[in-house]
Design a protein around this ligand. Structure first.
Ligand code: ADP
Length: 547
């Protein structure tokens, strides 16, 4: 055990140093006292006065040592001062002048341990008075006294200057400590109140010099809450095992990135167990980073609700537009049916009746087609690629069948339907029924918008990973201002409305089907007039084809 270690209640570090110094001095002084007393007794006999004084001083030193090990340190120093003054006076009294001079300065040194100038002055005055008083009692001590007094005054001045400097330095240190404590308190309050989770991390390097992990230098209350560890358990330990599992890998990846690039990561959003965290990671110094993560779930939910609301509004707008478009489109056939029914009941001639009945049938078919298309569209809207039935199909065969279906329609308009196949047979994994619908819409439009006696081309182009099917016509084309919207639901080119009885759903259906096949569709005006629609389909590997 360290014999100079202060009592645990002595808290101040400076005081602890003084106590150690005091204890060490007394420990050295004690055997010296005893040895010098024994030497004096051996040389001058047991009645020598100096020996007795030294022995008494040894006892006092023992007491000082004992007190310095307790909480009564101040008493110990006071006792030491008294002891040293008494010793100096005693030495002077028994004519040990040089010993008295040396001893007289010691209480002033001891008093300076209190770091109080007042105590130094009081001790110096008491020592002076004591020495002066004893010199009055002992004749012939005047000259020696002057030496002792001069030494005392000089020593006091030096110690006062030193004490003053010490006090100033201490005051400065206290101020700095206070500023540091205040700044630490502000930092703590800020990280506890403002950020959500906060970690200050330091990189840990592996043998190869790469960052292996991060140790926790500081954390705030919220971070402790979510990790369920105490502050002491976290500080100085690697962060990885203490992070919630779902949070760990993505967060560590970001931390590594910041350490590597020394560039901050800001406003990165991460979702962990239904909670959205917004991350800010900034480099601090050479190898540390500050990580803060704020719970932005409420904000994210509000954003999602906002988007949902916009979608709902858009849906409502489309629905209104749809109802108005459809009402208009449905009203025309309905009023024709209405008039024709009325007229069919009025006319008596059979052939006239047949004419009206024919009109009614025509309009009923049209209505049926219209609603069929709408139904198709709404069903398609709910489909995903997984709902399609992909089978390897001979594409040429499919295209020929589509063309054959439309031949009567083309024939009515004296049009030619020209098929230009690929160089070699093409087997494609597709949902045949649905792709047939998509292609039929294109051929149907091409025939409808091409004038009498025009030509419609259906061609196939094969590339390594892609098949392109093109439908070209010789119609009026589409104005450039309308081109971006023609795949939108219910969109119909204004200029075509008078002669176009469609719903504006055909191209939207085609695009949806092509996209479900992983392909794309594009429309462009041909330089020679007319439209060109191109469908690009990826060539699937046989493994990806579900039978
Ligand atoms: P619709 O059933 O009205 O034809 P689509 O979605 O098939 O609806 O087509 C949307 C609009 O694009 C049509 O109303 C028409 O104005 C225009 N359109 C489509 N195909 C062609 C084409 N081959 N030539 C010119 N215009 C076309």
């Amino acid at each position: 055990m360290d014999a100079t270690k202060p009592h645990p209640l002595v808290k101040d570090t400076n005081a602890q140093l003084n106590v150690r110094l005091l204890a060490s001095l007394t420990l050295i002084a004690l055997p010296l006292h005893v040895l010098s007393a024994l030497a004096l007794f051996a040389v001058y006999g047991p009645h020598i006065m100096t020996g007795k004084v030294v022995l008494l001083s040894a006892l006092a030193t023992l007491l000082v040592y004992y007190l310095s090990r307790t909480r009564y340190v101040e008493t110990a120093i006071n006792l030491l001062i008294v002891e040293l003054i008494a010793l100096a006076v005693a030495m002077l009294y028994i004519n040990q002048d040089s010993a008295s001079a040396i001893t007289a300065v010691l209480p002033i040194y001891a008093a300076s341990m209190f770091r109080s100038q007042k105590r130094v002055i009081i001790t110096a005055v008491i020592t002076l008075v004591g020495c002066f008083a004893v010199s009055q009692l002992v004749p012939g001590n005047w000259s020696e006294l002057m030496g002792v007094l001069t030494l005392l005054v000089i020593t006091t001045i030096v110690i006062l200057i030193r004490t003053n400097m010490l006090l100033r330095t201490e005051a400065q240190l206290r101020r700095r400590n206070q500023q540091l404590a205040e700044s630490e308190a502000r930092f703590r309050a800020a990280i506890d109140a403002g950020f959500g989770i906060f970690y200050l991390l330091k990189s840990v390097y592996d043998a190869a010099g790469g960052v292996e992990d991060f140790v926790v230098v500081d954390v705030n209350v919220r971070a402790l809450d979510i990790s369920h560890f105490s502050y002491e358990q976290m500080i100085g330990k690697p962060i990885s095992p203490m992070l919630p599992e779902a949070f760990r890998q993505p967060l560590l990846d970001y931390c590594h990135q910041v350490v590597k690039t020394r560039l901050p990561i800001q406003n990165e959003v991460l979702m962990v167990r239904e909670v959205w965290w917004e991350l800010q990671i900034v480099p601090v110094g050479e190898d540390s980073i500050a990580v803060s993560a704020e719970d932005v779930t409420a904000r994210k939910n509000a954003e999602a609700r906002q988007i949902q609301l916009q979608v709902e509004r858009e849906r409502f707008r489309l629905l209104r537009k749809f109802v108005s478009d459809v009402s208009h489109d449905v009203m025309t056939p309905l009023s024709i049916i209405n008039t024709s029914t009325y007229l069919a009941g009025k006319v008596t001639q059979r052939d006239e009746q047949e004419l009206h009945l024919g009109r009614i049938e025509e309009q009923t078919v049209r209505l049926k087609e219209m609603f069929g298309e709408m139904l198709n569209h709404s069903r398609l809207d709910q489909l995903t690629p997984g709902d399609l039935e992909f089978k390897p199909i001979d594409l040429h065969e499919l295209l020929r069948q589509v063309i054959t279906t439309f031949e009567p329609m083309a024939h009515k308009k004296s049009q030619q339907l020209v098929f230009q196949p690929c160089d070699q047979p093409v087997w494609l994994a597709i949902d045949e029924t649905r792709l047939r619908v998509a292609l039929s819409n294109l051929v149907d439009n091409a025939i409808r918008y091409t004038d009498h006696a025009g030509t419609v081309f259906v061609s196939c182009l094969s590339e390594t990973s892609m098949i392109t099917i093109e439908v070209k016509d010789e119609g009026p084309g589409i104005p450039l201002s309308s081109l971006p919207y023609i795949f939108d639901e219910f969109y119909r080119v204004e200029e075509h409305r008078p002669q176009n009885a469609g719903t504006g759903l055909g191209l939207s259906i085609s695009r949806k089907i092509v996209e479900l096949h992983g392909g794309t569709i594009e429309a462009r005006n041909r330089s020679s007039g007319g439209m060109s629609f191109r469908v690009h389909l990826p060539v699937r590997s046989p493994d990806s084809v579900r039978q």
